[in-house]
Structures are given as structure tokens and as C-alpha cells.
Design a protein around this ligand. Structure first.
Ligand SMILES: [Zn+2]
Length: 264
């Protein structure tokens, strides 16, 4: 993963192996038009930022990749496990904005799908063979509920993808350095047999540090993805104030960056 700039978008590009059939990456907070505390490329429609600023920012992202804002699809994220599947062209994609869900899968080229985050892990999936992409929003709840595994299973059952062909990129999220969690989080993980011991550090009574990216990497390997096809950002959004929004660090008053992907 490396920093890249296209027009007014500074983002972390994640290249997948093989001939390029998609564009994808993770935005930073740089550029854009939002004012503090949403400064400045806030892409989250669920924030208290001025809606016209968020629209302007989304439009900047879309235009940088040669599309219009109407074909940039995100859903209303609720820390659940519903997945929006877009398997045919739509006249208008804007209605998906109000639909509750935490992941999007599509086979449509020219449609950019994304998830917005400020601590949670944005995860992008690509099956180059079948030309299927997915974007997944994985906070601790989505991770405990194995949302990323559900997305891979959806790619398999709906589009006949082979997990061995699926590549993944786990974008910048809150790092283990800054992510203290307690017993309810541990219970949610262990109830669902989600890796815990290998991805946490016990730091006190009922206190752990959780490595969200590492857990999702393990879930993807369990789902059948080759470890060599999974990329991980090593950046912590909470530590990197200049580059990223962080909900915990900014005590809820902050913007959202986006993990985005589009079949070209
Ligand atoms: Zn950190």
C-alpha cells in the first residue's frame, strides 16, 4: 500500500496482483471542503457535518475516478451483518444510501462501492477471475459476527467465486496500540469462535488490547483466502491524526474516511 494522489484525492492505493481490472484504496482526511472537526475530506453521511460539504467531498472522490456521485454506493452502516448485493445496473443508485447494511458486493463495472470508517476496519475484496468486488465495514461487532466471512460466503454462493481466487486489503483502522476493549467484546468474540487469544493482549482485569485487522485477516484465512493474497495496512488511525479520522480519539466528533473499490 502506498500514498497516491489523483486530482484532489490523497489516498492509500492498494494494488491487487494480476492485470488491473479495478481501482481501489483508502482515503485520507486530506483535501475536501469540510471544516473542523470534520476537516476536511469527510465522506460520512451519518455525521453532523453539513450535508452539502459531505456531498461535495463524495463528488470529489467520484470525479477523481471518472464517475459521478450517483454511482458511488454506500449504505447506512449500523454495525450489523446485512449485505447489499448489486447484480444488475440501476437507473439511480442514490436510494441505497438509506438502506441499512454493513457490506456491499457487486459484479457491476463502473459502480464504486465503499464503506465509511473512523476506527473500524474497511475491507476490500476482489475476485479477478469472476470479476466480483466487495467492501466490508468491520468494527468489533461486525468482526465478532464474522461479517467478512459472510461476505466471502456471499461471493461464493451468489457469484460462484472460489475463495482461493479472492484477494483482500484491510485498510487503516484503530491499531492494537490504541484499542482497549472489555469483557462484552471478549464474550461476543468467543461465543462465535472468533480468534481472540492470538489477536489480543491482556493488559489488566477485564481489559485487553485488540488487533482488529489481525482478527479479520484470520477470518479471511479461515474462509479460504491464501494468506499471500491478504494485504494489511500497518497504520493506526488514532495515532495518525494528520491523516485519519478516529472516533475514539476525537470522542465521536469527527469525519469518516472511506475504503472504496470499483471494477473498471
Ligand atoms: Zn495507535
Amino acid at each position: 500500500m502506498q500514498m497516491k494522489r489523483i486530482e484532489r484525492i490523497h489516498y492509500i492505493e492498494t494494488g491487487f496482483s494480476g492485470p488491473a481490472c479495478s481501482v481501489q484504496g483508502f482515503t485520507t482526511r486530506h483535501e475536501g471542503v469540510s471544516r473542523a472537526p470534520y476537516n476536511s475530506l469527510n465522506l460520512g453521511t451519518g455525521t453532523l457535518d453539513q450535508p452539502h460539504n459531505v456531498e461535495g467531498n463524495r463528488s470529489l472522490l467520484a470525479r477523481a475516478f471518472g464517475i459521478t456521485q450517483d454511482t458511488l454506493v454506500t449504505v447506512k452502516q449500523v454495525h450489523g451483518t446485512d449485505i447489499l448485493v448489486i447484480d444488475e445496473p440501476n437507473e439511480d443508485y442514490s436510494h441505497f444510501l438509506g438502506l441499512e447494511g454493513d457490506a456491499v458486493i457487486t459484479n457491476q463495472s463502473g459502480v464504486m462501492i465503499g464503506v465509511t470508517v473512523a476506527d473500524c476496519a474497511p475491507i476490500l475484496l476482489l475476485d479477478r477471475e469472476k470479476q466480483i468486488i466487495a467492501a466490508v465495514h468491520a468494527g468489533w461487532k461486525g468482526t465478532a459476527a464474522r461479517l467478512v466471512s459472510k461476505a466471502v460466503a456471499g461471493m461464493q454462493s451468489l457469484f460462484d467465486c472460489n475463495p482461493a481466487d479472492v484477494q483482500a486489503a484491510i485498510g487503516p483502522c484503530i491499531g492494537k496500540c490504541c484499542y482497549e476493549v472489555d469483557t462484552p467484546v471478549r464474550q461476543a468474540f468467543t461465543q462465535n469462535n472468533v480468534p481472540w487469544e492470538s489477536c489480543t493482549e491482556h493488559i489488566g482485569i477485564d481489559r485487553w488490547r485488540l488487533d482488529l485487522a489481525a482478527v479479520n485477516r484470520e477470518l479471511l484465512i479461515e474462509a479460504g483466502l491464501p494468506a499471500s493474497g491478504i494485504q494489511l495496512s500497518d497504520m493506526c488511525v488514532s495515532c495518525q491524526r494528520e491523516l485519519f479520522f478516529s472516533y475514539r480519539r476525537d470522542e465521536g466528533e469527527t469525519g469518516r474516511q472511506m475504503g472504496f473499490i470499483m471494477l473498471t
